[in-house]
Design a protein around this ligand. Structure first.
Ligand SMILES: Cc1cc2nc3c(=O)[nH]c(=O)nc-3n(C[C@H](O)[C@H](O)[C@H](O)COP(=O)(O)O)c2cc1C
Length: 184
C-alpha cells in the first residue's frame, strides 16, 4: 500500500504527524509533501519539522512539480491532506495547481483515487463552505477534525487518535486507535 500525505499551514499538524506515525508502524509506504506555511505552523505547534519528515518513506519539496506524485501514472491508494488550510482547499476546489501538494491532489481526483481532506478553520465563511462543496462534487472526502465528545476524551492525543482512526478507516487499514461504536 502506498499513500500520499499532504500537510498545510492550518492548525493541527499533529494530525498529519500521527497519520505518518501509524502508517509507518503498519509498514505502509508514505509520500510526504508539506507546504511552506505547513512548516511554519508545524514549527510552532510541534517544534521540529525534520522529525515529521523522517516518518515518511519519501519527502518532496513543495515546488518539485516534476516529482513522481505529480503524475497520475504513479500508482497510489490515494492521498490525505491533514490538516488542510482554506487556501489549499480553495486551490483544490478550483484546480489551481500552485504547488506539488495541490497537483498531487488533482492527480488523485483525475485517477478517481481517494482524496481525503481534513479542513480546519472556524468560524466558516461562505467561500470556505462553497469550496468545500466544490471539493465534494469533485469526489474528495471531506473529514473535518471534530471532537468526539461522546467518547469523553481526556487528552488531545486521544482526540487525535480517534480522528486519525476515522481517516484511516477510508483505506481499510486495521487499527485500534479508537473503539468502534457498539451502541449505547
Ligand atoms: C499558527 C497558525 C495557525 C493557523 N491555522 C489555520 C487554520 O486552522 N486554518 C487555515 O485555513 N489557516 C490557518 N492558518 C493560516 C495558513 O497557514 C495560511 O492561510 C497559509 O497561507 C496557508 O497556506 P498553505 O495552504 O499553502 O499551507 C494558520 C497559520 C498559523 C501561523
Amino acid at each position: 500500500m502506498r499513500i500520499i500525505v499532504g500537510i498545510t499551514g492550518a492548525s493541527g499538524s499533529i494530525i498529519g504527524k500521527r497519520i505518518l506515525e501509524v502508517l509507518k508502524e503498519k509498514d505502509i509506504e508514505t509520500h510526504l509533501v508539506i507546504t511552506d506555511a505547513g512548516k511554519t505552523t508545524m514549527s510552532y505547534e510541534i517544534g521540529d519539522v525534520r522529525t515529521v519528515e523522517e516518518l515518511a518513506t519519501k519527502t518532496y519539496d513543495i515546488n518539485d512539480i516534476g516529482a513522481a506524485i505529480a503524475s497520475g501514472s504513479f500508482e497510489t491508494q490515494g492521498m490525505i491532506v491533514a490538516p488542510c488550510s482554506m487556501k489549499t482547499m480553495s486551490a483544490i476546489a478550483n484546480g489551481f495547481e500552485i504547488n506539488l501538494l495541490v497537483r498531487a491532489a488533482d492527480a488523485c481526483l483525475k485517477q478517481r483515487r481517494r482524496l481525503i481532506l481534513v479542513p480546519r478553520e472556524t468560524p466558516i465563511i461562505k467561500s470556505y463552505a462553497e469550496n468545500m462543496v466544490k471539493c465534494l462534487e469533485l469526489g474528495a472526502i471531506v473529514v473535518p477534525p471534530m471532537v468526539p465528545y461522546y467518547e469523553k476524551p481526556k487528552t488531545v492525543d486521544e482526540i487525535t487518535d480517534f480522528f486519525v482512526g476515522r481517516v484511516l478507516d477510508f483505506f481499510g487499514i486495521e487499527h485500534s486507535l479508537y473503539k468502534k461504536w457498539g451502541g449505547l
